[in-house]
Design a protein around this ligand. Structure first.
Ligand code: FE
Length: 278
């Protein structure tokens, strides 16, 4: 087994987005690390102070990719211009395929208390950028948790583990996997990953040794080539996301909430949005 090394780590940069939501940008969009094809952007929000999140993300468009919102604490209400609406509860996932486009808002469904979670942007290939918008949305209770000997618990959100536990979300275009792995003190986790996948680990509680590099929460470790990943809790229990997917290897033309292949397609997206064709 050839373990993947860590090629880069980051704790992200502090920024704000939406109507003034304080967040830590870990990847893409001018963040600490460039995008890791097929993953465009990763934000982490984590605050007990309403002033940091209450303004939320009022109506805005998306086209050409998927947004993946995973709530660890707090509740987020979303509403789109096609009649879609729901609340993502703590531990819940919303895997939204924006496809050809929609306009939605993402607003805190609370006025106090902790709001903590991630939003990941997953690119779509040219053949699917203009697909119909759709949602895969599941509460925590719908996601299987695989318990392994030695104190690892793997919540499977998307894709399947090597032991065959399948998450409710499927992301065919990129074969994406999205696991939330909890390790007891002293526990470790080893998992094969397809050689052609790009992959990263995001420690979000405690500290871990990821392929020999210590990473503290919240911290992202980008993995290099190999056929398996290994990480271990250091100094107490720890928890991390493991995300992987098949790179698209296509040109990326990105402007704000639109991610296409060419500048002409971007111009078309802006035109369509401004003309109310989303
Ligand atoms: Fe959005």
């Amino acid at each position: 087994m050839n373990l993947r090394p860590v090629v880069q780590t980051t704790r992200g940069i502090q920024t704000s987005d939406g109507a003034g939501v304080r967040l830590r940008r870990l990847m893409g969009g001018g963040g600490a690390l460039p995008s890791i094809d097929p993953f465009l952007l990763l934000d982490f929000f984590d605050s007990p102070r309403a002033q940091d999140y209450i303004a939320g993300f009022p109506a805005h468009p998306h086209r050409g990719f998927e947004t993946v919102t995973y709530m660890l604490a707090g509740r987020m209400r979303h509403q789109d211009n096609k009649g879609g609406e729901g609340v993502i509860e703590p531990g819940g996932i919303q895997w939204m395929t924006a496809g050809r486009g929609l306009v939605h808002s993402e607003m805190p469904e609370q006025t106090e208390g902790l709001m903590r979670g991630f939003q990941l942007w997953v690119n779509l290939p040219a053949s699917r950028k203009m697909t119909e918008p759709g949602y895969q949305e599941y509460p925590s209770s719908r996601m299987p948790v695989e318990s392994r000997e030695g104190g690892a618990r793997v919540k499977v959100i998307a894709g399947s583990t090597s032991q065959g536990t399948a998450g409710p979300v499927t992301a065919d275009a990129t074969d994406a996997r999205y696991f939330d792995v909890e390790l007891a003190e002293g526990a470790s986790f080893t998992e094969p990953l397809p050689r052609d996948h790009a992959a990263f680990v995001v420690v979000h509680e405690g500290r871990m040794d990821v392929a020999g590099r210590e990473v503290q929460g919240v911290g992202l470790a980008q993995l290099g080539a190999g056929d398996a990943v290994r990480f271990a809790a250091v100094g107490g229990p720890a928890r991390a996301l493991l995300v992987s997917g098949r790179p698209l290897s296509e040109p990326v033309a990105w402007h704000g909430p639109f991610v296409m292949n060419t500048t002409a397609e971007l111009m078309q997206a802006i035109d369509d949005y401004q003309a109310g064709r989303f």
